[in-house]
Design a protein around this ligand. Structure first.
Ligand code: TYC
Length: 101
């Protein structure tokens, strides 16, 4: 009798999920000059004057505004760099991040 060894029949399912995106959020404060907020938005997020002005005004009026979405690492790096740009000038300018639903 010939012994047969059953090979385990396993299939590897490759399930590729898109990385969850994270929002960068601009938070209003009473001290950072409007024009400086616009300058930081243009420099760090590659926005036009017009786009940056709209985002700044929205945060100014509503308290917060979503700037853009990125992968987690990129969102955190950009939020930190933009916040540091304000701190370097002595402003309390704040950018935060949160995962998208
Ligand atoms: N509120 C600030 C002012 O009146 C301007 C400002 C707008 C600051 C948006 C932060 O996220 C901000 N000078």
């Amino acid at each position: 009798m010939i012994d047969t060894v059953a090979k385990p029949k396993t299939k590897t399912k490759t399930k590729t999920e898109r990385p969850r995106l994270h929002k960068v959020i601009l938070v209003n404060d009473d001290f950072t000059p409007r024009e400086f907020v616009v300058t930081v938005l243009k420099a760090e997020f590659r926005m036009t004057e017009d786009q940056a002005h709209k985002v700044m005004i929205t945060a100014h009026q509503r308290g917060v505004c979503v700037v853009a979405v990125f992968t987690k690492d990129v969102a955190e790096t950009k939020a930190t760099r933009a916040t540091d740009a304000g701190r370097a000038k002595g402003y309390p300018l704040l950018f935060t991040t949160e995962p998208e639903e």
